[in-house]
Design a protein around this ligand. Structure first.
Ligand code: ADP
Ligand code: ASP
Ligand code: MG
Length: 447
């Protein structure tokens, strides 16, 4: 069997849904599990209406609800010109009433807990899959019956062994020759049956978890680009598709901002040794990327990515000199406030670190100031240069640094796995840094 995951842009309207149905029909002999995101930007709309309800703007929230339901209605009517089946009409109207009740509850209480937000957000995937399954005449499966997570609402952590057992018990028997099963990405449930989500963009992760639990031959991520590209195409329009990349490269790129894959997607696939392919729904016979565990020969740099804003903390103390235990004291402070550190660069008397911008930084800075001098630089961005062959290519620093002329590099860090060299620049300079790097590395034959 295979897993076919379709992102929001692949399900944005009736024409897209027809294309998806076509692709799935062509793959029926491989018994696909079809994992869907919410249609278009529905998840953003659900977040927006929930926040409006919390702010007491109930009228506006209900207007947005109406627009969302109307959009789904018109997709369904377009797919069923002679009228949609009663069961689909009923499913859509039930989801609409459920959503309305939740929004009214949020606005009455003026309280939007992460738990309520997850149930509200789940409506997007539940709507899109209802319509696609009905249109294809295929079985609809509620992912929440098997995607067991912990109760970290907003970012549920899959409970892998329970999830696998549930998938094998409840979902695997439905995967049969010549049929497709349609289910939701992104959503799961706790042991108590409360709806959770895996975090924004989490449908890729769902696809990979389902694929590994079911021992899929291939996990296909269908999206709106021809695979993983050498850079974010919104920043570098002439970025090129990468035919083959390693799991490590894909994981680094995802973690450092390449939105095409959710950062956690790769892990379950790696463990199960299942290749992941990334393909364009509208250009199914075009180019695509295959991600496998083999280290490929090729150019030194595979792709560039950027993530920001990040905050850089530089901690200096002359007491660092010849003193053991300094770093442990330093990291204790981060542990106390549950702040995770991304990049680190050390010098004789200072350590620089990047962290996500967050409220608890002030508290950490206060604690660190008791034994060191701390400076904080906000609105920075990480520029990541990723490639398995970076470590085998001497003299890469020259071309990289000369490509960045005119841009102030504030920090440089080579990942311990030696496949990611990361730079920190002011966030406003990150697009230019990527464009200059991409251009120069392409011209020089390094990318
Ligand atoms: P989906 O809705 O299918 O999940 P996403 O919007 O989450 O799609 O991811 C695809 C988008 O990721 C692309 O349209 C592109 O703008 C962006 N992107 C960022 N970096 C890259 C990259 N290196 N390669 C391909 N796409 C990228
Ligand atoms: N619909 C969810 C989101 O927009 C999950 C996904 O698309 O992967 O974040
Ligand atoms: Mg996505």
């Amino acid at each position: 069997m295979i897993v076919m995951k379709f992102g929001g842009s692949s399900l944005a309207d009736a024409a897209c849904m027809r294309e998806v149905a076509d692709l799935v029909r062509k793959a029926l002999s491989r018994s696909p599990l079809v994992v869907c995101s919410a249609s278009g930007k529905s998840t953003n709309a659900l977040f927006s209406m929930a926040k409006k309800s919390e702010a007491g703007q109930n009228v506006e929230a209900l207007e947005e609800l109406r627009a969302l339901i109307d959009k789904h209605h018109s997709i369904a009517l377009d797919l069923f010109p002679a009228g949609m089946p009663d069961y689909l009409e009923m499913a859509i109207s039930q989801l609409s009433s459920e959503l309305e009740m939740m929004l009214r509850g949020v606005s009455l209480l003026k309280e939007l807990s992460p738990r309520s937000m997850d149930t509200i957000a789940s409506v997007g995937e539940r709507l899109s899959t209802r319509i696609l399954a009905a249109y294809m005449g295929m079985e609809w499966f509620d992912a929440r019956t098997v995607m067991r997570t912990d109760a970290t609402y907003g970012c549920g952590k899959p409970q892998i062994s329970e999830m696998k057992a549930l998938v094998l018990e409840k979902l695997a028997p439905k995967i049969t020759d010549g049929k497709a099963v349609v289910t939701q990405g992104y959503i799961g449930a706790t042991e108590d049956g409360c709806t959770t989500t895996l975090g924004r963009g989490g449908s890729d992760y769902s696809a990979s978890l389902f694929g590994s639990a079911l021992g899929a031959e291939d996990i296909q991520i269908w999206t709106d680009v021809e695979g993983v590209l050498t850079c974010d195409p919104r920043i570098v329009p002439d970025a090129q598709p990468i035919a083959e990349l390693s799991f490590n490269e894909a994981a680094e790129l995802a973690a450092f901002g390449a939105k095409v894959l959710h950062p956690a997607t790769i892990q379950p696939a790696v463990e199960a040794g299942i290749p992941v392919t990334v393909r364009h729904t509208r250009i199914p016979n075009g180019r695509f990327s295959t991600i496998t565990d083999e280290v490929k020969t090729g150019r030194p740099v595979t792709a560039l990515a950027t993530r920001g804003p990040v905050t850089v903390l530089t901690v200096s103390s002359t007491r660092m000199l010849n003193q053991s235990g300094f770093l442990s004291k330093l990291f204790d402070a981060f542990t106390r406030y549950d702040i995770s550190v991304d990049l680190i660069a050390t010098a004789e008397v200072s350590v620089s670190m990047t962290v996500e911008p967050q409220a608890s930084i002030d508290a950490v800075v206060k604690d660190l100031s008791e034994f060191a001098t701390v400076s904080v630089a906000t609105d920075r961005a990480i520029v990541a240069i990723v490639g398995e062959r970076l470590k085998y290519t001497p003299g890469m620093a020259g071309p990289l640094l000369s490509a960045l002329s005119g841009i102030n590099i504030e920090m440089i860090s080579m990942g311990a796995n030696e496949i990611n060299m990361s730079l920190v620049v002011k966030q406003e300079e990150a697009p230019r840094a990527l464009q200059q790097l991409h251009g120069a590395l392409m011209t020089g034959g390094y990318l």
